[in-house]
Design a protein around this ligand. Structure first.
Ligand code: PMP
Length: 391
């Protein structure tokens, strides 16, 4: 039977990265394409033990339905962590999600009418673009002057476009690895508040800082819930768990409850209780420090290898955290067209075009340094540089 799908289905796009990941699973390929954490750093034993413990009590409530907002002790624990990051909040303002990707979807479900404008960084996280697009959003990009945000142009754009929301990943952004300065954070908040535009602050990488301490989230400067903050355990614990959270005002949480009820009622009870056990019985701070040390070595190595192999053939960002380096080739290169050459040489990256909303071709690529081993980073960057003369 030929189905007649809803109009919104025409706006849904397959994630290019998920498709690419299928190819890069072949063992001979060194992949800088995924945004995957290093699996050897997962706290496997501790999570195993946490699940065993919450099951071991024989308490059937671990298998029962739970509240849509989430398991209260876990929300309390997350609220305490948020306060350490300068976000003054309580458990009642924490809403649990199946990863921050679901947070993005619920936010889009609540805010976006077809044709509404989302103002975002250019480039931006592909999964956010995909979600906003499926709710038929249109996009405008945050104007920049060189590396920074142009405040006058931003205000003008807000006046002209009247965006419904501003979407930002301000810390070690996916895909570029760049970070907004404190001044930029305060400036965007001031302008957004003046025009009553909520900021959606997507912050999965904030704990992964390699050069000194982390910068405070935009939400920490906000006093009136102008900023909706999205957090996740995907990068600090494990992405396969699928656990994230939203920090929002009371009104937003009430609406999120209704939106999530229509989607999945609530996040897995067992997962929430096991994660709470992990956070309160093991040493998550020490674990994150281990991840930082390992990723810092990989970041430094990739930067070094880029210098050695690309020299003056490209420019790239030097992120002080996160998982990605953004490499830009001379304009004559189209990294979509270059990809088959890379795959033929058994190395993969994500073409820059996937992170822009205009469908044009670009000469940049996203390189992930958290998942490949140091040896793979060395070999892979060499392979990548060697394909340029073939193009
Ligand atoms: N936002 C950004 C900026 C991301 O990079 C990612 C993961 N790649 C997500 C959200 C989704 O993460 P989660 O696993 O928490 O759904």
């Amino acid at each position: 039977m030929p189905y007649t799908f809803a109009e919104r289905v025409n706006h849904m796009q397959n994630s290019a990265i998920r498709e690419l990941l299928k190819v890069t699973e072949q063992p001979q390929i060194i992949s800088f394409a995924g945004g995957l954490p290093a699996p050897e750093l997962f706290p496997l034993k501790e999570i195993q033990e946490s699940y065993a413990q919450v099951f071991g009590t024989g308490d059937p409530s671990v298998l029962q339905y739970g509240t849509t907002e989430g398991y209260l002790p876990l929300r309390e624990e997350i609220a305490a962590q948020m306060r350490i990051k300068g976000i003054q909040t309580e458990a009642e303002n924490i809403f649990l999600t199946n990863g921050s990707q679901q947070g993005l979807d619920l936010i889009a479900k609540l805010f976006i009418n077809p044709g509404d404008i989302v103002l975002l960084q250019n480039p931006s996280y592909l999964g956010a673009i995909q979600t906003f697009r499926s709710y038929q959003a249109n996009f405008e990009t945050i104007p920049t002057n060189g590396p920074g945000i142009d405040s006058a142009a931003l205000e003008l754009s807000i006046k002209l476009n009247r965006p419904k929301i501003i979407y930002l990943a301000p810390t070690y952004q996916n895909p570029t690895g760049t970070t907004l300065t404190v001044e930029e954070r305060k400036m965007v908040l001031r302008i957004a508040s003046k025009y009553n535009i909520p900021i959606i602050e997507d912050d999965p990488y904030c704990e992964l800082h390699y050069d000194g301490s982390s910068i405070l989230p935009i939400r920490s400067y906000s006093t009136e819930d102008e900023v909706v903050y999205l957090g996740t355990f995907s990068k600090t614990l494990a992405p396969g768990l699928r656990l994230g959270w939203i920090v929002g005002g009371k009104d937003l949480i009430t609406k999120l409850v209704v939106a999530k009820q229509g989607t999945d009622l609530h996040t897995s009870t067992l997962l929430q209780k096991a994660t709470h056990y992990y956070l309160t019985h093991f040493n998550p701070i020490q674990h994150i420090e281990r991840i930082r040390q390992a990723y810092k070595i990989r970041r430094n190595l990739m930067l070094n290898e880029l210098k050695k192999n690309f020299n003056d053939q490209a420019i790239w960002t030097e992120p002080s955290g996160g998982m990605f380096i953004w490499l830009t080739l001379p304009e004559a290169y189209d990294t979509l067209k270059l990809l088959p050459y890379a795959l033929a040489s058994n190395v993969a990256y994500v073409p820059g075009a996937n992170f822009y909303t205009d469908g044009k071709s670009y000469s940049n690529m996203r390189l992930n340094f958290s998942n490949p081993s140091p040896l793979q980073i060395k070999q892979g960057i060499k392979r990548l540089a060697s394909i340029l003369p073939n193009y």
